[in-house]
Unconditional design. Sequence first.
Length: 256
Amino acid sequence: MPVPTPSSYLNPVIDVTLAGKPIAPLVSRLEVVSDLLGKADTCVVEVADYGRSLVRSVNQGDPLIIKWGYSGEESVEIFRGVVRSVGIADPVVLRGIDYNAILNSKRVQVTFEEETAAGIIRAVMSDTGLRLDVEDCQLEINRLPFFNRTLRECVDAVIELVRRETGEEFLDYIREGVFHWEMKDVSGSPVHSFRMGVNIIRQEARQDGLSFMETLVASVRHSEVIEVDGEKCFVVKAEYIWESGGRTRIWYEHIG
């Protein structure tokens, strides 16, 4: 995959839509955190609200969508969720959470018998309002009771059971209104290439086994494969920061 030239980074742009209305010109700073190991993607958006009209019109639960990219190119969605809280100071601070919040709030009380792992995932997620992209897993589970468990706990329990019985590593995430449940796949082609001295601002190894780098605006999301100095890597966490331009921070593991 070709490495983008520095000239392609001249005009980064953001597209922030709140309750169906664009507010990008008012945004002074934003930060989105997307973590495969976290409970939900979150964002913090600072908005200049000189007439206080935003504070009066925005409500908790209003839909919030954030995209970014470069002028002349298609923007990539980096956050889709709802407003969690609205500050009253200037600038106004909006805090958002993605639809993973559903998994932590909805509870399940049901017992599955002689059902496949994929069938259980489809069943517990069926009435969330999310579209489902569930990879087949034919492991048949004789009996699995859920007594007042959150959806998050149910999904985690199935993932752990599959790992223990088959050695296969499944993961889940919600992106653009779709709940994905799939086997971890590191065989695909990298979605983006990074090289020190070209598009990596700083880079470091971490004691937890992950590596870290900061780059210019790059629409890389967790669960994707990237290339770093010629080596394939798997993205575990991405943080998108916008303030007089953009930065992407990426935590990744080497595939080997």
